[in-house]
Design a protein around this ligand. Sequence first.
Ligand code: ATP
Length: 495
Amino acid sequence: MTKDMKDIVALCKRRGFIFQASEIYGGINGFWDYGPLGTELKNNLRDAWWRDMVITPPIGPDGTPLEIVGLDSAIIQNPNVWVSSGHVGGFTDPMVDCQETKKRYREDHLHVIKASDDEWVAVHEEAEDSEIEKRFKKLNIKHAEDLERTPLTDIALSDYSKIYAPDAKEKGTLLEPKAFNLMFETYIGATQSDDNKAYLRGETAQGIFINYKNVLDSTRVRVPFGIAQIGKAFRNEVNPRNFIFRSREFEQMEMEWFCDPEDAPQWFEFWKEERQRWWKSVGLKDKDMIFREHGQDELVFYSQGTFDIEYQFPFTAPGYGELEGVAYRTNYDLTQHQEGSKTKMEYIDPMDPKNRYIPHVIEPAAGLTRGVLALLCDAYTVDENRPSGVFLDFTPAMAPKKAAILPLTAKGEHPEIATKLYLELRKHYAIDLDIKQNIGKRYARQDEIGTPYCFTIDDDTVANGTVTVRERNTMAQERIHIDKVLDYLREKIDG
Ligand code: ATP
């Protein structure tokens, strides 16, 4: 059964996962608010990453636990940070404008289908064949059956006159690609002049590089070690789209692994494996992910390797969209900051002071909010055999609520017993106590928010102390003693 993005977005709004930002004012393109359940889900993914990176980092290839420490750097830094990192000069995506519709597209997001020698039609890369056929019909152009696509990046400028831009009525309205800087600008202090200009960070990574020395000097870590950070990043994306996949404000989870240049290739292999394993551990299915090494022609000049972890989102299918990039960044960033700040970034081996070098860096850079979208898409399961017609199949660890307590009736002993159980369980897990409405509607709601277990309190509970447990995926029910509920959850959730 294919999953429809429209249904996923609607469920997210209906049940309080994700809302359009500033909705009551008509919204604001590229920004999203996380509702009560979306916040819980995002926190669960964030906490799992932090735990697996900083609290209990993986065991290294030689059997010793890795050393990774945390950081929370400012969103606004000295603007020279972004000059040295290359973001001010080069953090650009080539864009093409359409003269007719005034729309702007990322050059690498458009594909061209050649109907004849001089009638070519540009489409969004994720456009489905059915949409494209409609577009051809509207333009009254016949097309070859295979709808073969050529990336716009492979089309010569001299051929632009043959292209119908998406939504344009006339041919040849696309303009030459131009660079577009993605950094959000702001001003510090009372005057708004170029001298006071600053930037909202475009990635969390640079905050780590500029604190590498501070961390070395203030803690006991020694190379190899990592610094991890989770936080907001801002990019003035030209075409924010696909729900929270590409937004202008989003969250990243990045770790910079500082190592001896000689060992860097082995660490690159290590982190590639480790990060694939991690995404599976939070519930993404192997069959929906691919792991793609960039070809030489795709690499930025300072990188000696990049490996993308990609997920098959409903809007990219049958293709994939990036979730995380694992990059071997050499000593590029530290060297840039050494030059820009005149601060030495050299590492001196404590065992052998003659051994000095600027560490090389392996960077696993993941999107937290994009990860939330992957979890939601993955969990969304259509099931016509239940009243809600759908349930969210989260792993218990990711589920916003681990269990719901449902008294069969809203008056008398049922809610009393339910409240007592709720007060006990909530010391250990995120629990929902839901008293009103008929039981079918309450099960439906719990299915839609992905609660793995429901405990129902009824007359038998009053008579013999047993409750009904309902398991989300199978809808199977069994009775267990109320004193055993916590143990039951512990076993199911913590294994
Ligand atoms: P893209 O090619 O999709 O623009 P990128 O390669 O520039 O992404 P990185 O700079 O490597 O992305 O950022 C690391 C991660 O941050 C990405 O893998 C993605 O999960 C997340 N990310 C980047 N841009 C956005 C965005 N606009 N909205 C949401 N998440 C994003």
